[in-house]
Ligand binder design. Structure first.
Ligand code: CMP
Length: 395
């Protein structure tokens, strides 16, 4: 009995996890997003005045139903919290408490506040307080953005550089506000009478927003304004550059780990030794395919070869077909012979492939002759097998 409960808990945890690639996880995420979308739409619509009574009742029902789903989700997440590797070694109660106090736990709790408020009768779903639900629920959207974690990591990795740019921003801001306060306070005491008042103009100008509600009139003020505007562009460009580079670095790191996870499933690679392996990992790309997808079509030109790290493919040759499983490879003949594809290749089950593009293949051929030697040997065997099959047909 206890075993059944713990299996059910592990399964529920896996389904609720954002990174879960199983069909159940995908279905849950689609359902959650639909419910969230419906909830946000209903709350937004219910803030419109003079809606027909029937529509108001439908919207109220939707808001209550959505709040109910979030309540159930919160309970399920609380129950399954001990399954998380993050809380490994903690007791069930402690793991749940830690989850409840985490950012996700608090967002989950805030999202169920409407459910409690409505059921307790404190708030009506169509009351003026309803828009607040929108703000609470919109936080849940963050869970559907896988790049959120990446963004947090990028900001943390680049914090020193970002802080330097921010300090430059503050320096320009404060000096511009102080200087314009000196130059403009006599002419425009209301807008530039104090440094805090002049700061509003400095922020609007430095961020290149430029509402135009406050404008310096003196020549000196205008000159400072010009410098601030140009500095604003520079600061924004610097921020954008730092974040964009950080993002691409982080993505490269993640891709490297993704590839590494798959590469270790292919014996041909693991035999190579760590140094050579890490050289290859940077050249491979991971691709996931559902069943019955054509990966390579006969007679088409080939620009890449594939290693199977999971699943199975069917090689459809003109006369017969062969199955290739985990650890196998295909697509090498077109690269070696520089000829069109000799067969059509279709996945028979969910399959993960590691793609090696032609230019990288030729580069590897020069560096790692043992790997390419093994590929060439198998290609020779396949060519011979295909030739024999053709000859057999002709006789
Ligand atoms: P390529 O010709 O680039 O594209 C089709 C691929 O099918 C081919 O490379 C080989 O990798 C693979 N292939 C061709 N013949 C055979 C065979 N007899 N057995 C296994 N795989 C084959």
């Amino acid at each position: 009995m206890a075993a059944t409960i713990s299996t059910a808990r592990a399964r529920t945890y896996a389904t609720l996890r954002q990174s879960d690639v199983n069909p159940a996880g995908r279905r849950w995420r689609a359902f959650h997003l639909t419910v969230l979308g419906a909830g946000l739409l209903a709350v937004a619509l219910s803030s419109v005045d003079h809606l027909p009574h029937a529509l108001e009742r439908i919207l109220t029902f939707i808001v209550v139903a959505v709040a109910g789903v979030f309540l159930a989700e919160y309970a399920a997440r609380l129950w399954t919290a001990p399954e998380s590797t993050r809380y490994a070694g903690l007791g069930d109660g402690k793991a749940r408490l830690r989850w409840a106090l985490s950012a996700n736990g608090l967002i989950g709790l805030l999202a169920v506040v409407p459910a409690f408020a409505i059921t307790a009768g404190t708030v009506h779903a169509d009351s003026d307080a309803a828009p607040i639900f929108c703000i609470l629920w919109v936080l849940k959207l963050g869970g559907h953005a896988p790049a959120m974690g990446t963004l947090a990591r990028v900001i943390s990795n680049e914090r020193a550089t970002l802080a330097s740019v921010f300090i430059i921003f503050l320096m320009v801001l404060i000096s511009a506000a102080t200087a314009t306060h000196f130059l403009e306070r006599a002419g425009q005491p209301e807008q530039f009478g104090s440094i805090p008042a002049a700061l509003w103009w400095a922020v609007v100008t430095l961020t290149t927003t430029g509402y135009g509600d406050v404008i310096p009139h003196s020549v000196g003020g205008k000159m400072i304004g010009s410098v601030v505007m140009v500095s604003g562009i520079l600061v924004l460009a610097l921020m954008t550059g730092i974040l964009a580079t950080g993002f691409s670095e982080e993505e490269r790191r993640r891709e490297y780990l993704r590839v590494w996870d798959q590469v270790i499933k292919v014996p041909m690679f693991t035999e190579l030794g760590t140094v050579t392996l890490s050289e290859i990992v940077s050249k491979l790309r991971v691709r996931h395919y559902p069943p019955r997808i054509v990966v390579v079509r006969r007679d088409e030109p080939g620009d890449s070869m594939f290693f199977i790290s999971a699943g199975e493919v069917e090689v459809r040759l003109p006369r017969d077909s062969v199955k290739l499983g985990q650890g196998g490879f295909f697509g090498e003949m077109a690269l070696l012979d520089r000829l069109p594809r000799s067969a059509t290749i279709v996945t028979t089950q969910p399959t993960t492939l590691l793609v090696l593009y032609a230019s990288d293949f030729y580069e590897i051929a020069a560096h790692i002759p043992s790997l390419v030697g093994a590929v060439e040997k198998e290609a020779r065997r396949r060519r011979l097998e295909n030739e024999n099959a053709t000859k057999g047909d002709l006789q």
